[in-house]
Design a protein. Structure first.
Length: 327
């Protein structure tokens, strides 16, 4: 954009920072980009939504982020707040669409509104099967944007989606650049939704190794042939079980998954001796419901758990049809 002499005013940076190197949950500070000298405004931490003074002098805001199709991947939450701010301040938003590497998968429990958080903004399944451009259309179309003034109710964003050319939803797509520090390759991106539920437990997903979201384990699982020891690295300055030996399972070579897989979560829970220490409070936020933890604790089978989502998934798929751009 700078090379085309477009008057870029500033950059808004989401979780992981503008250059995508910050840890998950790390505080992103405002500052200047070292390469371009442009002002960077953080949209993570206490300032998730652009403020009116931060938008002053801007005619058009361009949203260009690579999503991975999972409800708790926070770029779609940032999209919501950016759309809301643009609507309130009468600024046009252009979303540059990108393929969803998990675009063919719609699966998992629907978020219940009482469990709304930054890792789950909307009542959608864990895997939504949409591009970020389609998702933006859904946010607008379902009136999910709330005006900051109580009297105005819902607001609409002046939205333009620039679609991908020659894209079909189920085509394989390898990301040319990793979307965040702990999703280094296609295998991690494919397994992310299934393994991220472990972040609400006492099991590591390989942060602090070179196989993030492709392995899982903990010091409390049964001794096995596979083990790993997390150590600080890019994207994990203080990983879970730093310097401790973890036993678990290596999923780097398994075939691509085409649904939300629960088998590893169930296996780890069943292998953990002290089950009272398995889940933490974050699990319900990630799952979007208290039901999943309750089902696992009661010993409900994977088949029965999956069956309990189906009615909600069918209703979501019907609603989703209105916003799809691609075959």
């Amino acid at each position: 954009m700078l090379a085309k002499t477009i008057a870029v005013q500033k950059i808004f940076a989401p979780e992981h920072g503008f250059r995508g190197t910050a840890d998950a949950g790390e505080v992103i500070k405002d500052g200047k980009d070292t390469k371009t000298g442009l002002q960077i405004v953080s949209l993570y931490g206490n300032n998730k939504k652009p403020k009116p003074d931060q938008l002053a002098g801007i005619d058009i805001l361009v949203f260009d982020l690579q999503d991975v199709g999972a409800r708790f991947y926070t770029y779609i939450s940032s999209l919501h707040y950016v759309m809301e701010a643009c609507a309130e301040n009468n600024i046009q938003l252009i979303v540059l669409d990108r393929p969803n590497p998990n675009g063919g998968i719609v699966d998992g429990p629907l978020l219940e509104k009482e469990h709304h958080s930054f890792v789950g903004m909307h009542e959608i399944p864990l895997l939504h099967g949409m591009t970020i451009g389609e998702y933006a259309k859904m946010i607008n179309g379902e009136n999910w944007l709330n005006a900051s003034t109580n009297s105005a109710g819902h607001v609409q964003c002046k939205l333009t989606v620039i679609p991908c050319t020659n894209y079909k939803r189920t085509m394989p797509y390898d990301l040319p650049v990793k979307p965040s520090p702990n999703l280094p390759n296609a295998q991690a991106i494919n397994l992310y939704a299934s393994l991220c539920l472990f972040e609400g437990t006492n099991v590591s997903v390989g942060r602090g190794t070179e196989k993030q979201f492709q392995i899982y384990g903990s010091p409390y699982l049964s001794k096995s042939e596979f083990s790993f020891t997390p150590k600080p690295n890019e994207g994990a300055k203080d990983p879970l079980y730093n310097g401790k030996l973890c036993y678990g399972e290596d999923l780097t070579k398994i075939n691509k998954v085409t649904q939300l897989e629960l088998k590893w979560l169930l296996k780890a829970y069943n292998e953990t001796a002290d089950k009272s220490k398995f889940f933490n409070a974050f699990f319900t936020k990630l799952a979007g419901t208290k039901k999943l933890q309750a089902q696992i604790e009661k010993g409900v089978s994977e088949i029965e758990i999956r069956a309990s989502w189906q009615k909600d998934l069918e209703q979501f798929k019907e609603m989703r049809k209105r916003y799809l751009i691609y075959e």
